[in-house]
Structures are given as C-alpha cells and as structure tokens.
Design a protein around this ligand. Structure first.
Ligand code: NAD
Ligand code: IPM
Ligand code: MN
Length: 367
C-alpha cells in the first residue's frame, strides 16, 4: 500500500529544507521501491496570505488522513497581523495534540566529521549518541488555566500551568524504556522534582514503572539544570533521556551544540499504535523558521533529511533504508560537504540544494 505523506513546508526556511527532504524521499521511492506519495499543503501564514485562513479545511482533512506528516517550520514575522484565534487554528501545537503524537524522539549523534565545528572539545563529543523522548502533548505547553488576566489593580498577569497526569507520564516513560531496550539499555529521566509537584509525580511514576515493567533497564534520575550542564560536559554518558515538554524543548536545543548547529537535528513525533496497528507520525527538523537566513538558499537541509530517515524507519518500516540515508549523510560530511552553519572559516560552503546533491550522490554510490 502506498504511504500517503502530507508535506507541510510552512514558513521561513521550512520550504527550502523540506524541498530537499522530499527530493531524497523521491529517490527512495524511485530507486529503492519505497511506496511513498508526497503531497504539499498550505497552512499557517502562507495559507493566511493565499486563502485568509491559517488552516484550510482541505489541509486539516489531509493531516488527519495522512500516514505521516513531513513538516518544515512555523514562525513568521508577519504573524502579528493574524488574529490570535486564527494563529491557534493553524498552529503546530494543535496538530501535535490532535494527532496525539506524545512521544517526540530527538536523536543526537556526534558526526565525526564535525568534531572541529562543535564548540565542545572533540574528545568530549566523540561517540555521543543519545536520544530524547520529549513528552509533546501535555505539560506547560497545554496546561490550564492559561492566558493573560487583569488584576484588581489594573495591571496584568500572564498565566501558564505545568500539569502532568499519571497517565501522561506513564505513556512517555513506557515509550522511553522500550526504546532504551533497543539501544544501550540506559534511561535518564529528567525533571525538577526538587521544586515542582508535577516533577515529583513524574519521578514517582517513572520509578514505579521501572520497578514493575522494566527492571532490566538501568534508570537514573537527573535534575533538568544539571542535565543542561552534562549535555555539554559529558554527552557520551547518555543513552535515552525522557523528559517533559518544556525541558525537552530546551535540552534538545542545548544538544544541538554537539554538532555545532541546530540545522543538523531531526525529530519524529509518534502516537501509540491505533486500532489499525499504525502510529500517527509527524517528522520535522527541530530548528525553526530561521528568519535571519530565510530565502537565501543557504540553510542546512540535513536536519530535514535526517527527519526523512526517521520516516523511513518508523512509518515506512524500512530500517535498512533509514541506515542507508544516515550513512549517506555521514559520507557527505566526511567528504567535506558543508553548509555555512557547519563550515569553519575558509572552508568551501555549499547551498542548501548542493548539499542535498552530495547526499544523493552518496546514496547512488551505496546501491
Ligand atoms: P531557529 O531554530 O529558527 O533559529 C535559531 C538559529 O539557528 C538561527 O541563527 C538560525 O539561523 C539557525 N538555524 C536554524 N536552522 C538552521 C538551518 N537549517 N541551517 C542553518 N542555520 C539554522 O530559532 P529562533 O530564531 O529562535 O526562532 C525563529 C522562529 O521559528 C520563531 O518564530 C519560532 O517560534 C519558530 N520555531 C519553530 C519551530 C518549528 O517549526 N518546529 C522550532 C523552533 C522555532
Ligand atoms: C520545537 C519548537 C516548537 C516547540 C515551537 C515552534 C512551538 O521550538 O519544535 O522545538 O516549542 O515545541
Ligand atoms: Mn524548540
């Protein structure tokens, strides 16, 4: 059966890097027989400009019917002119919630070819290979009450609420323990149990699930502030890291420094399998719309391309092809291919599409 992949390029560099991921997936469809059909849809500010809504009905229907989404980036400077209600309608958070993709996998692997690009010492990052399981559909991003309220003295108060139910913690933990079993069997659970009740509950639930269901996995708990430090000091000490929505957002950007650029990092947001046995899935680079470099054709496409590799692994269930693509990216980097964000002074810099050309050549050579 052909997999129906809905492509949502979005804002800023989103369309630039997503085009490259689609070129790579087209190669897998044509040359490796992976049954994929990709269709692009408008949402967000591009849809607002074209159709006066941030979420055309056709796009929403396509999202809900898709086997997977390939997402570029959201965040445009023009969004100030879009009414708040419309901004919410076309938001990435609404998509994540509606698809129930609570498990956000954010793998970070030190690329040997980029050791000198990393701000950390080569000996510190060598061999780093970790993956975040960021809880994606609860916590501070979704808790209520939320909003801006006017107080009796006329001044305003901004409110957001950090909430986690036992069930929300448990399913993220189970996903992370299960993933650890397929890797090096080590899980670090990150929270602020010392300060927050929701953090203390997080630790309690993870500990109980460990004892009952995954005693074979080594579990450690770590406070989030210390984790931010250890990701730079000793990233090789981590295997799987499970954490909440907000900490996962911040800590995965911290880990971006391991390869020197946010442009290198992919992600997959997955639901539990539904009645048909299939997981809903949203693949996207972890970076944003990068307004500072948008429209110049210089963005690094590798985070988007490695997200396509995650699609091959999780949605197409073609792990050997996912490995092939990850190896092609490593080969391209080893051959010296660099976009501006990962180039050292004086090194030759490639455009977004020229970087993809090098990856495609490495794929051709891998057949
Ligand atoms: P950003 O990730 O867009 O950019 C941070 C820095 O990294 C910038 O200097 C940018 O040039 C660089 N960078 C990011 N991706 C790159 C790439 N592929 N190649 C080369 N350099 C790259 O974060 P920001 O500037 O804090 O946010 C800009 C907008 O993006 C905001 O509106 C924010 O809300 C949005 N955003 C969206 C997503 C998403 O769509 N998932 C993620 C993060 C931020
Ligand atoms: C990310 C982004 C998003 C987040 C924004 C754009 C809502 O930073 O995917 O990492 O905070 O989750
Ligand atoms: Mn982020």
């Amino acid at each position: 059966m052909t997999l129906n992949i809905v492509v949502l390029p979005g804002d800023g560099i989103g369309p630039e890097v997503t085009d490259e991921a689609v070129r790579v997936l087209d190669w897998f469809a044509a040359k490796r027989g992976i049954p994929l059909r990709m269709t692009r849809h408008l949402f967000g500010s591009a849809a607002w400009a074209a159709q006066g809504t941030t979420m055309p009905d056709a796009t929403w229907d396509a999202i809900m019917a898709a086997d997977a989404l390939l997402f570029g980036a959201t965040g445009s400077l023009d969004q100030k002119h879009i009414p708040a209600e419309e901004r919410r309608k076309g938001s990435l958070l609404r998509m994540r919630k509606a698809l129930d993709v609570f498990a956000n996998l954010r793998p970070v692997k030190a690329q040997p070819a980029l050791a000198e690009v990393s701000p950390y010492k080569a000996r510190t990052v060598a061999g780093a290979d970790l993956v975040f399981v960021r809880e994606l559909t609860a916590g501070m991003y979704f808790g209520t009450p939320r909003g801006v309220e006017t107080q009796p003295d006329g001044t305003r108060r901004g409110v957001n609420t950090h909430t986690y139910t036992e069930a929300e913690i448990a399913r993220a933990a189970r996903f992370a323990f299960g993933l650890a079993r397929t890797r090096r069997n080590h899980l670090t659970s990150v929270d602020k149990a010392n300060v927050m009740e929701a953090g203390a509950l997080w630790r309690e639930v993870v500990t109980a699930i460990h004892a009952k269901e995954f005693p074979d996995v080594t579990l450690e708990h770590m406070l989030a502030d210390n984790c931010a430090l250890q990701l730079g000091r000793a990233p090789t000490r981590f295997d799987v890291i499970v954490t909440d929505n907000l900490f996962g957002d911040l800590l995965s950007d911290c880990a971006g420094a391991i390869n020197g650029s946010l442009g290198m990092l992919p992600s997959a947001a997955l639901s539990d399998p539904g009645p048909d046995g299939k997981r809903r899935a949203l693949y996207e680079p972890i970076h944003g719309s990068a307004p500072d470099i948008a429209g110049k054709g210089i963005a690094n496409p590798l985070g988007a391309i490695l997200s396509a590799a995650m699609l091959l692994r999780w949605t197409a269930e073609a792990p050997a092809e996912a490995d092939r693509l990850e190896k092609a990216v490593a080969t391209a980097l080893a051959s010296g291919a660099r976009t501006a964000d990962i180039a050292l002074p004086g090194e030759k810099v490639l455009s977004t599409s020229a970087m993809t050309d090098v990856v495609l050549s490495a794929l051709e050579a891998s057949k």
